[in-house]
Write a protein that binds this ligand. Structure first.
Ligand code: NAD
Length: 369
Protein backbone atom coordinates (compact mmCIF):
# COMPACT_ATOMS: atom_id res chain seq x y z
CA UNK A 1 0.00 0.00 0.00
CA UNK A 2 2.76 2.44 1.01
CA UNK A 3 4.87 1.55 -2.02
CA UNK A 4 2.06 1.78 -4.50
CA UNK A 5 1.10 5.19 -3.10
CA UNK A 6 4.69 6.42 -3.44
CA UNK A 7 4.90 5.12 -7.01
CA UNK A 8 1.60 6.77 -7.78
CA UNK A 9 2.72 10.13 -6.35
CA UNK A 10 5.93 10.06 -8.33
CA UNK A 11 3.94 9.77 -11.53
CA UNK A 12 1.32 12.44 -10.94
CA UNK A 13 1.06 16.10 -10.00
CA UNK A 14 -0.44 18.05 -7.13
CA UNK A 15 -4.08 17.92 -8.20
CA UNK A 16 -3.98 14.15 -8.35
CA UNK A 17 -2.42 14.21 -4.90
CA UNK A 18 -5.46 16.12 -3.62
CA UNK A 19 -7.71 13.57 -5.25
CA UNK A 20 -5.80 10.70 -3.73
CA UNK A 21 -5.94 12.26 -0.24
CA UNK A 22 -9.67 12.85 -0.59
CA UNK A 23 -10.14 9.13 -0.98
CA UNK A 24 -8.43 8.41 2.33
CA UNK A 25 -10.94 8.38 5.14
CA UNK A 26 -10.30 10.30 8.32
CA UNK A 27 -9.62 7.01 10.05
CA UNK A 28 -6.56 6.26 8.02
CA UNK A 29 -7.70 3.54 5.69
CA UNK A 30 -8.21 4.02 1.99
CA UNK A 31 -11.91 4.36 1.34
CA UNK A 32 -13.13 1.56 -0.87
CA UNK A 33 -15.89 2.26 -3.30
CA UNK A 34 -18.89 0.77 -1.52
CA UNK A 35 -22.14 -0.21 -3.12
CA UNK A 36 -23.50 -2.60 -0.49
CA UNK A 37 -26.38 -1.98 1.93
CA UNK A 38 -26.11 1.01 4.26
CA UNK A 39 -27.20 0.64 7.89
CA UNK A 40 -29.69 3.46 8.53
CA UNK A 41 -29.41 4.39 12.19
CA UNK A 42 -31.48 6.52 14.57
CA UNK A 43 -29.70 7.74 17.69
CA UNK A 44 -31.81 7.74 20.86
CA UNK A 45 -30.61 10.13 23.59
CA UNK A 46 -28.82 13.21 22.34
CA UNK A 47 -26.20 13.78 25.04
CA UNK A 48 -22.42 14.08 25.02
CA UNK A 49 -21.47 10.69 23.69
CA UNK A 50 -24.29 10.70 21.14
CA UNK A 51 -22.81 13.93 19.71
CA UNK A 52 -19.46 12.20 19.29
CA UNK A 53 -21.11 9.22 17.59
CA UNK A 54 -23.16 11.47 15.28
CA UNK A 55 -20.06 13.41 14.22
CA UNK A 56 -18.07 10.22 13.71
CA UNK A 57 -20.84 8.72 11.61
CA UNK A 58 -20.34 11.46 9.04
CA UNK A 59 -17.24 9.54 7.92
CA UNK A 60 -18.90 6.12 7.82
CA UNK A 61 -19.17 4.23 4.56
CA UNK A 62 -21.63 1.49 5.51
CA UNK A 63 -23.72 3.26 8.16
CA UNK A 64 -25.63 6.52 8.10
CA UNK A 65 -27.33 8.65 10.71
CA UNK A 66 -30.91 9.02 9.47
CA UNK A 67 -33.05 9.43 12.59
CA UNK A 68 -33.19 11.03 16.03
CA UNK A 69 -35.06 10.24 19.24
CA UNK A 70 -35.03 12.71 22.13
CA UNK A 71 -37.12 13.98 25.02
CA UNK A 72 -36.02 17.51 24.18
CA UNK A 73 -37.75 19.33 21.25
CA UNK A 74 -34.90 21.88 21.19
CA UNK A 75 -32.30 19.20 20.63
CA UNK A 76 -34.39 17.61 17.88
CA UNK A 77 -34.55 20.97 16.10
CA UNK A 78 -30.81 21.63 16.42
CA UNK A 79 -29.65 18.12 15.58
CA UNK A 80 -32.01 17.62 12.65
CA UNK A 81 -30.69 20.87 11.10
CA UNK A 82 -27.06 19.95 11.77
CA UNK A 83 -27.28 16.40 10.38
CA UNK A 84 -29.95 17.00 7.77
CA UNK A 85 -32.50 14.61 9.30
CA UNK A 86 -36.06 14.80 7.92
CA UNK A 87 -38.86 15.55 10.40
CA UNK A 88 -40.52 12.21 9.61
CA UNK A 89 -37.47 10.45 11.16
CA UNK A 90 -37.56 12.43 14.43
CA UNK A 91 -39.29 11.00 17.48
CA UNK A 92 -39.81 11.81 21.13
CA UNK A 93 -40.02 9.19 23.89
CA UNK A 94 -43.83 9.14 23.69
CA UNK A 95 -44.21 8.45 19.98
CA UNK A 96 -40.96 6.47 19.64
CA UNK A 97 -42.82 3.14 19.25
CA UNK A 98 -44.23 4.43 15.93
CA UNK A 99 -40.73 3.92 14.53
CA UNK A 100 -41.97 0.40 13.71
CA UNK A 101 -43.79 1.92 10.71
CA UNK A 102 -40.73 3.78 9.45
CA UNK A 103 -39.23 1.82 6.58
CA UNK A 104 -36.26 4.19 6.35
CA UNK A 105 -34.70 3.21 9.69
CA UNK A 106 -32.95 -0.13 10.30
CA UNK A 107 -31.47 0.28 13.76
CA UNK A 108 -31.72 2.37 16.93
CA UNK A 109 -28.57 3.25 18.89
CA UNK A 110 -29.46 3.87 22.56
CA UNK A 111 -27.03 6.36 24.17
CA UNK A 112 -28.79 7.30 27.41
CA UNK A 113 -28.06 6.81 31.13
CA UNK A 114 -27.33 3.15 31.95
CA UNK A 115 -30.58 2.38 33.78
CA UNK A 116 -32.67 3.39 30.74
CA UNK A 117 -31.00 1.06 28.21
CA UNK A 118 -33.20 -1.89 29.22
CA UNK A 119 -36.53 -0.26 28.43
CA UNK A 120 -35.35 1.59 25.31
CA UNK A 121 -33.72 -1.54 23.84
CA UNK A 122 -36.83 -3.64 24.49
CA UNK A 123 -38.98 -0.98 22.81
CA UNK A 124 -36.55 -0.92 19.87
CA UNK A 125 -36.81 -4.70 19.54
CA UNK A 126 -40.60 -4.64 19.73
CA UNK A 127 -40.56 -2.07 16.92
CA UNK A 128 -38.67 -4.62 14.82
CA UNK A 129 -35.47 -2.56 14.62
CA UNK A 130 -31.94 -3.80 15.28
CA UNK A 131 -30.85 -2.64 18.71
CA UNK A 132 -27.53 -1.07 19.62
CA UNK A 133 -26.87 -0.26 23.27
CA UNK A 134 -24.12 1.75 24.85
CA UNK A 135 -22.03 0.14 27.56
CA UNK A 136 -22.72 -0.98 30.22
CA UNK A 137 -25.59 -2.70 28.43
CA UNK A 138 -27.71 -2.63 31.59
CA UNK A 139 -27.43 -2.00 35.31
CA UNK A 140 -27.58 -5.69 36.22
CA UNK A 141 -27.39 -9.19 34.73
CA UNK A 142 -31.15 -9.79 34.94
CA UNK A 143 -31.93 -6.74 32.81
CA UNK A 144 -29.23 -7.69 30.32
CA UNK A 145 -30.61 -11.22 29.96
CA UNK A 146 -34.10 -9.82 29.38
CA UNK A 147 -32.70 -7.58 26.65
CA UNK A 148 -31.09 -10.56 24.93
CA UNK A 149 -34.35 -12.52 25.15
CA UNK A 150 -36.41 -9.56 23.87
CA UNK A 151 -34.19 -9.05 20.84
CA UNK A 152 -34.11 -12.77 20.13
CA UNK A 153 -37.88 -13.00 20.28
CA UNK A 154 -38.24 -10.03 17.95
CA UNK A 155 -35.69 -11.47 15.53
CA UNK A 156 -33.43 -8.42 15.68
CA UNK A 157 -29.72 -8.17 16.42
CA UNK A 158 -28.46 -6.75 19.72
CA UNK A 159 -25.05 -5.08 19.64
CA UNK A 160 -23.12 -3.14 22.28
CA UNK A 161 -20.86 -0.12 21.74
CA UNK A 162 -17.60 -1.90 22.53
CA UNK A 163 -15.62 0.42 20.27
CA UNK A 164 -12.22 -0.94 21.39
CA UNK A 165 -13.07 -4.29 19.81
CA UNK A 166 -12.33 -2.71 16.43
CA UNK A 167 -9.28 -0.63 17.37
CA UNK A 168 -6.29 -1.64 15.22
CA UNK A 169 -3.50 -1.60 17.88
CA UNK A 170 -5.74 -3.50 20.29
CA UNK A 171 -6.50 -6.06 17.60
CA UNK A 172 -2.79 -6.43 16.81
CA UNK A 173 -2.00 -7.23 20.46
CA UNK A 174 -4.88 -9.73 20.52
CA UNK A 175 -3.56 -11.30 17.30
CA UNK A 176 -0.05 -11.57 18.74
CA UNK A 177 -1.40 -13.16 21.92
CA UNK A 178 -3.54 -15.63 19.95
CA UNK A 179 -0.58 -16.62 17.80
CA UNK A 180 1.55 -17.25 20.87
CA UNK A 181 3.99 -14.40 20.25
CA UNK A 182 4.03 -13.49 23.97
CA UNK A 183 4.29 -17.13 25.07
CA UNK A 184 2.10 -18.32 27.92
CA UNK A 185 0.16 -15.36 29.32
CA UNK A 186 0.94 -14.78 32.99
CA UNK A 187 -0.45 -11.37 33.96
CA UNK A 188 -2.66 -8.46 32.91
CA UNK A 189 -2.90 -5.03 34.47
CA UNK A 190 -5.71 -2.61 33.59
CA UNK A 191 -5.87 0.87 35.10
CA UNK A 192 -8.91 2.92 34.13
CA UNK A 193 -10.18 6.14 35.58
CA UNK A 194 -10.86 9.83 35.43
CA UNK A 195 -11.78 12.54 37.90
CA UNK A 196 -15.52 13.01 37.69
CA UNK A 197 -16.96 16.54 37.74
CA UNK A 198 -20.52 17.72 38.44
CA UNK A 199 -21.72 15.98 41.63
CA UNK A 200 -25.34 16.15 40.40
CA UNK A 201 -24.88 14.10 37.21
CA UNK A 202 -26.61 10.74 36.63
CA UNK A 203 -23.28 8.89 36.80
CA UNK A 204 -23.27 9.57 40.56
CA UNK A 205 -26.84 8.35 41.09
CA UNK A 206 -26.78 4.62 41.78
CA UNK A 207 -30.34 4.07 40.53
CA UNK A 208 -29.35 5.53 37.12
CA UNK A 209 -25.74 4.35 36.85
CA UNK A 210 -26.11 0.92 38.49
CA UNK A 211 -23.04 1.66 40.61
CA UNK A 212 -20.12 4.01 40.25
CA UNK A 213 -16.78 4.01 38.47
CA UNK A 214 -16.87 0.24 37.87
CA UNK A 215 -19.97 0.48 35.68
CA UNK A 216 -18.68 3.43 33.71
CA UNK A 217 -14.91 3.13 33.33
CA UNK A 218 -13.81 0.05 35.30
CA UNK A 219 -15.76 -1.97 32.74
CA UNK A 220 -12.93 -1.23 30.27
CA UNK A 221 -10.45 -2.99 32.56
CA UNK A 222 -12.86 -5.91 33.05
CA UNK A 223 -13.50 -6.25 29.33
CA UNK A 224 -9.81 -5.63 28.51
CA UNK A 225 -8.64 -8.30 30.96
CA UNK A 226 -10.83 -10.75 29.03
CA UNK A 227 -9.83 -9.87 25.48
CA UNK A 228 -6.15 -9.29 26.26
CA UNK A 229 -5.69 -12.63 28.06
CA UNK A 230 -8.27 -14.53 26.00
CA UNK A 231 -9.63 -16.12 29.19
CA UNK A 232 -12.61 -15.67 31.48
CA UNK A 233 -11.93 -15.11 35.21
CA UNK A 234 -12.89 -17.85 37.68
CA UNK A 235 -12.33 -15.87 40.86
CA UNK A 236 -12.39 -12.24 41.89
CA UNK A 237 -11.04 -10.31 44.88
CA UNK A 238 -11.57 -6.57 45.38
CA UNK A 239 -10.87 -3.68 47.73
CA UNK A 240 -12.74 -0.39 47.78
CA UNK A 241 -11.49 3.00 48.95
CA UNK A 242 -13.59 6.12 49.28
CA UNK A 243 -12.12 9.55 50.02
CA UNK A 244 -15.34 11.54 49.51
CA UNK A 245 -18.46 9.83 50.88
CA UNK A 246 -20.57 12.92 50.18
CA UNK A 247 -19.89 12.94 46.43
CA UNK A 248 -19.71 9.14 46.20
CA UNK A 249 -22.77 8.04 48.18
CA UNK A 250 -23.77 4.55 49.20
CA UNK A 251 -23.89 2.40 46.07
CA UNK A 252 -21.50 4.62 44.07
CA UNK A 253 -17.94 3.33 44.08
CA UNK A 254 -15.21 5.94 43.83
CA UNK A 255 -12.18 3.63 43.60
CA UNK A 256 -11.98 -0.16 43.49
CA UNK A 257 -8.90 -2.27 43.00
CA UNK A 258 -9.71 -5.78 41.87
CA UNK A 259 -7.94 -8.96 40.93
CA UNK A 260 -8.89 -11.90 38.72
CA UNK A 261 -7.68 -15.46 38.54
CA UNK A 262 -7.95 -17.31 35.22
CA UNK A 263 -8.16 -21.06 34.54
CA UNK A 264 -4.58 -21.13 33.15
CA UNK A 265 -3.20 -19.74 36.40
CA UNK A 266 -2.72 -16.25 34.92
CA UNK A 267 -3.88 -13.36 37.09
CA UNK A 268 -5.02 -9.77 36.57
CA UNK A 269 -4.74 -6.71 38.78
CA UNK A 270 -6.93 -3.73 37.93
CA UNK A 271 -8.02 -0.36 39.18
CA UNK A 272 -11.22 1.58 38.50
CA UNK A 273 -11.61 5.13 39.74
CA UNK A 274 -13.59 8.35 39.51
CA UNK A 275 -10.86 10.18 41.40
CA UNK A 276 -7.67 10.17 39.28
CA UNK A 277 -7.30 11.97 36.03
CA UNK A 278 -6.35 10.29 32.77
CA UNK A 279 -5.66 6.85 34.20
CA UNK A 280 -5.70 4.67 31.09
CA UNK A 281 -3.14 1.88 30.88
CA UNK A 282 -3.04 -1.81 29.90
CA UNK A 283 -0.11 -4.14 30.41
CA UNK A 284 -0.01 -7.77 29.31
CA UNK A 285 2.84 -10.04 30.28
CA UNK A 286 3.68 -13.43 28.86
CA UNK A 287 6.59 -15.79 29.35
CA UNK A 288 8.21 -14.61 26.12
CA UNK A 289 6.98 -11.06 25.65
CA UNK A 290 4.76 -8.19 26.67
CA UNK A 291 2.44 -5.47 25.40
CA UNK A 292 1.76 -2.13 27.00
CA UNK A 293 -0.75 0.46 25.86
CA UNK A 294 -1.18 3.99 27.16
CA UNK A 295 -3.66 5.40 26.42
CA UNK A 296 -5.38 2.06 26.07
CA UNK A 297 -9.11 2.81 25.84
CA UNK A 298 -9.69 6.55 25.42
CA UNK A 299 -10.85 8.02 22.11
CA UNK A 300 -7.27 7.83 20.86
CA UNK A 301 -4.90 7.86 19.29
CA UNK A 302 -4.19 4.68 21.21
CA UNK A 303 -0.46 4.18 21.71
CA UNK A 304 1.55 1.20 22.69
CA UNK A 305 4.48 -1.10 22.22
CA UNK A 306 5.36 -4.72 22.62
CA UNK A 307 8.66 -6.49 23.18
CA UNK A 308 8.91 -6.43 19.37
CA UNK A 309 8.65 -2.61 19.13
CA UNK A 310 6.16 0.21 18.70
CA UNK A 311 2.62 -0.57 17.60
CA UNK A 312 2.23 1.27 14.31
CA UNK A 313 -1.32 0.41 13.22
CA UNK A 314 -3.29 3.50 12.12
CA UNK A 315 -5.24 5.71 14.50
CA UNK A 316 -8.96 5.52 13.78
CA UNK A 317 -12.17 7.29 14.70
CA UNK A 318 -13.42 4.47 16.91
CA UNK A 319 -17.12 5.24 16.58
CA UNK A 320 -16.96 5.43 12.77
CA UNK A 321 -15.19 2.10 12.46
CA UNK A 322 -17.57 0.56 14.98
CA UNK A 323 -20.65 1.63 13.03
CA UNK A 324 -19.26 0.41 9.70
CA UNK A 325 -18.45 -2.92 11.35
CA UNK A 326 -21.92 -3.08 12.92
CA UNK A 327 -23.37 -2.76 9.41
CA UNK A 328 -21.39 -5.82 8.32
CA UNK A 329 -22.45 -7.74 11.42
CA UNK A 330 -26.12 -6.87 10.90
CA UNK A 331 -26.28 -7.36 7.14
CA UNK A 332 -23.71 -10.12 6.61
CA UNK A 333 -23.45 -11.86 9.98
CA UNK A 334 -19.78 -10.91 10.08
CA UNK A 335 -18.08 -12.38 13.14
CA UNK A 336 -15.92 -9.70 14.79
CA UNK A 337 -12.58 -10.84 16.28
CA UNK A 338 -13.90 -9.92 19.75
CA UNK A 339 -17.68 -10.29 20.25
CA UNK A 340 -19.89 -7.20 20.57
CA UNK A 341 -23.21 -8.93 21.29
CA UNK A 342 -25.43 -9.11 24.34
CA UNK A 343 -23.71 -12.25 25.64
CA UNK A 344 -20.41 -10.38 25.77
CA UNK A 345 -22.10 -7.65 27.82
CA UNK A 346 -23.66 -10.16 30.23
CA UNK A 347 -20.18 -11.57 30.93
CA UNK A 348 -18.88 -8.12 31.89
CA UNK A 349 -21.91 -7.50 34.11
CA UNK A 350 -21.54 -10.86 35.88
CA UNK A 351 -17.89 -10.09 36.59
CA UNK A 352 -18.68 -6.56 37.80
CA UNK A 353 -21.32 -8.02 40.14
CA UNK A 354 -18.63 -10.36 41.50
CA UNK A 355 -16.24 -7.41 41.96
CA UNK A 356 -18.90 -5.55 43.96
CA UNK A 357 -19.60 -8.64 46.07
CA UNK A 358 -15.89 -9.20 46.72
CA UNK A 359 -15.41 -5.53 47.69
CA UNK A 360 -18.42 -5.66 50.02
CA UNK A 361 -17.60 -8.98 51.72
CA UNK A 362 -13.81 -8.87 51.58
CA UNK A 363 -13.97 -12.48 50.34
CA UNK A 364 -12.65 -14.23 47.25
CA UNK A 365 -15.71 -14.68 45.03
CA UNK A 366 -16.07 -17.45 42.44
CA UNK A 367 -17.45 -16.37 39.11
CA UNK A 368 -18.76 -18.33 36.14
CA UNK A 369 -19.53 -16.50 32.94
P1 NAD B 1 -25.07 12.33 28.85
O1 NAD B 1 -25.62 12.66 30.19
O2 NAD B 1 -24.17 13.30 28.19
O3 NAD B 1 -26.26 12.04 27.84
C1 NAD B 1 -27.37 11.25 28.18
C2 NAD B 1 -28.56 11.66 27.32
O4 NAD B 1 -29.66 10.82 27.63
C3 NAD B 1 -29.00 13.10 27.58
O5 NAD B 1 -29.21 13.74 26.35
C4 NAD B 1 -30.32 12.94 28.32
O6 NAD B 1 -31.21 13.99 28.03
C5 NAD B 1 -30.83 11.63 27.76
N1 NAD B 1 -31.78 10.89 28.60
C6 NAD B 1 -32.70 10.03 28.12
N2 NAD B 1 -33.44 9.50 29.11
C7 NAD B 1 -32.99 10.03 30.22
C8 NAD B 1 -33.36 9.88 31.56
N3 NAD B 1 -34.35 9.07 31.95
N4 NAD B 1 -32.67 10.57 32.45
C9 NAD B 1 -31.67 11.38 32.10
N5 NAD B 1 -31.28 11.57 30.83
C10 NAD B 1 -31.92 10.90 29.89
O7 NAD B 1 -24.36 10.91 29.02
P2 NAD B 1 -23.31 10.28 28.03
O8 NAD B 1 -21.95 10.57 28.51
O9 NAD B 1 -23.64 10.62 26.64
O10 NAD B 1 -23.56 8.71 28.29
C11 NAD B 1 -24.67 8.03 27.74
C12 NAD B 1 -24.34 6.54 27.62
O11 NAD B 1 -23.22 6.38 26.77
C13 NAD B 1 -23.96 5.88 28.94
O12 NAD B 1 -24.49 4.57 28.97
C14 NAD B 1 -22.46 5.84 28.91
O13 NAD B 1 -21.90 4.76 29.66
C15 NAD B 1 -22.20 5.64 27.42
N6 NAD B 1 -20.90 6.17 27.00
C16 NAD B 1 -20.09 5.39 26.26
C17 NAD B 1 -18.87 5.85 25.84
C18 NAD B 1 -17.98 4.99 24.98
O14 NAD B 1 -16.84 5.36 24.75
N7 NAD B 1 -18.48 3.88 24.47
C19 NAD B 1 -18.45 7.13 26.18
C20 NAD B 1 -19.30 7.93 26.94
C21 NAD B 1 -20.53 7.45 27.35
Amino acid sequence: MKNSRRDFLQKVGASALALQLASITSWGAKRETYDGPVLRVAILGLGNYAARVADAMQSCTKAKLVGLVSGSPDKLTKWSAKYNIPAKNCYNYQNFDDIRNNKDIDAVYVITPNSTHHDFILRTARAGKHAISEKPMAINVKQAEEMIAGCKQAGVKLLVGYRMHFEPKTLEVVRMRKEGEFGKIMFFQGLCGFRIGDPKQWRLKPEMAGGGSMMDIGIYAVNGARYMTGEEPIWVTAQETKTDPVKFKEGVDETIQFQFGFPSGATASCLSTYNMNGLDKFFLNGERGFAEMQPSTNYGPIMGRTNQGELTQPATIHQAVQMDEFADIIFHDKQPPIPVDGYEAVKDLKIIAAVYEAARTGKKVSVTV
